[in-house]
Design a protein around this ligand. Structure first.
Ligand code: DI6
Ligand code: FE
Length: 408
């Protein structure tokens, strides 16, 4: 597939963008944080200078780009997705519309396990083609980095197949991919009577095999009544730590099992969903510096009414990330901009908090805050240029703007 022509690969290039407004998002979007009528220099994919006024002479030989007085922001980062899968769950959507709950469908053999059947049946090449098409939709909306989880294979071969596809997507395209092993996403039907034996398989065979092939950047568990309990979650995440892998967890989505406290004790990069998070959990996150990733798409699509404790998260200074959680069951919604809007309308985030959630804090949720997420000298040049009046418009409007230009 051809890359869209609004993309500029900055590797091996010297670029200078002038006549541009810059929202670095290292702090926020108040007038003090924004650079109006500025310029920026990029060399070999790194940001080497930015500022207002007359630029140093040395950049006059760089390839010049007119920013047309538009807005330059860090490219977005979608730090929680399940982008690799086959099949669809539209029929379950219909079932939920007639009153069946997400848990009821899962307990009756549908839900995650039905996507597992389709994903196991698909070849690696088929999955690669499906996922490449999806990845292009993310690039087109200004996303330069995406996290992709496994978790619809649930046997060694199929989990490795998913992770290989995720790695290949990152290698072959302008989008960077962070891979997350989610072998403990649901109990596969063949282990229905013996969940702990499945956890043995995950810890002793699947995870070591995936790590051995260097397919894993982080390890995740679905800690939930319809997923895995605290003891099982602890086993998987501790195994990950022993292999020197980062950890994160789906926690407190449908109930509170105390998964956040456990994940925080293991220095998790992020805890994700957190609608049912309580103050003890928030305090634990503050001690470990763990990011809370909010997923308004799943909240909306499951018609959840319990909202994440945003006020407590603010009070304890917990960085909040925002992501799509794109998946066929609880969030089949491929739009980061809609997530920005929903984070504001449903969870009462400010546009500033929401924008930090898909840039700086999303980078932190992936352990990549030293290289991406803000526009600062020394960071990688992953940027998107928007024809908008002010950065807050990206949270306010939906379905109107696409980036005019992306530097990757
Ligand atoms: N929580 C979610 O919202 C997704 N996974 C998870 O652990 C749902 C995945 C699915 O329903 O297919
Ligand atoms: Fe998820």
């Amino acid at each position: 597939m051809q890359h869209p022509d609004f993309l500029i690969d900055s590797q091996d290039k010297s670029l200078f963008i002038h006549n541009v407004n810059i929202a670095p998002l290292s702090k926020g979007i108040t007038d003090d944080d924004l650079l109006y009528n500025a310029s920026i220099a990029i060399e070999n994919g790194d940001i080497v200078w930015l500022g207002k006024g007359k630029p140093p002479e040395q950049y006059s030989s760089f390839e010049q780009i007119d920013g047309s007085n538009q807005w330059l922001l860090p490219a977005f980062i979608d730090c929680h997705t399940h982008l690799v899968f086959a099949g669809s769950r539209a029929h379950e959507f219909e079932m939920r519309l007639t009153g069946k709950s997400y848990e009821e469908i899962a307990n009756a053999g549908g839900g995650i396990v039905s996507t597992v059947r389709a994903t196991r049946e698909a070849s690696e090449q088929e999955l690669y083609e499906l996922t490449t098409k999806r990845a292009f939709k993310w690039l087109a909306q200004g996303v330069a980095t995406i996290e992709i989880k496994s978790g619809y294979g649930l046997d060694i071969e199929s989990e490795l197949k998913m992770l290989r596809v995720a790695r290949r997507i990152g290698r072959d395209n302008a989008i960077d991919v962070a891979t997350t092993f989610l072998g403990a996403h649901a109990l596969p039907p063949e282990y229905k009577e013996n969940p702990d034996a499945y956890i043995d398989l995950v810890c002793e065979e699947m995870l070591p095999a995936a790590a051995q092939e260097e397919l894993v950047d982080a390890v995740d568990v679905f800690c939930e009544s319809i997923g895995f309990d605290l003891a099982q979650t602890k086993r998987v995440l501790s195994k990950a730590k022993s292999l020197n892998l980062e950890v994160k967890a789906h926690v407190e989505q449908l109930s509170n099992l105390g998964g956040s406290e456990l994940a925080a004790k293991l220095n998790a990069l992020s805890v994700d969903h957190v609608e049912y998070l309580d103050e003890a959990g928030v305090k634990a996150l503050a001690l470990s510096g763990t990011v809370a990733t909010l997923l308004p798409g799943a909240f909306y699509f499951l018609k959840e009414t319990q909202k994440p404790p945003v006020q407590l998260l603010r009070q304890y200074n917990i960085p909040m990330a925002i992501a799509t959680d794109f998946n066929p069951g609880s969030s089949p919604i491929a739009s980061v901009q809609l997530m920005l809007n929903m984070a504001c309308t449903f969870f009462a985030l400010t546009p500033e908090e929401a924008l930090l959630g898909v840039t700086k804090h999303a980078a932190q949720a992936l352990g990549k805050e030293h290289s991406i997420g803000t526009i600062e000298v020394g960071k990688r040049a992953k940027l998107a240029l928007w024809d908008i009046e002010h950065p807050r418009h990206l949270c306010y409007e939906f379905g109107i703007s696409q980036p005019e230009l992306m530097i990757v």
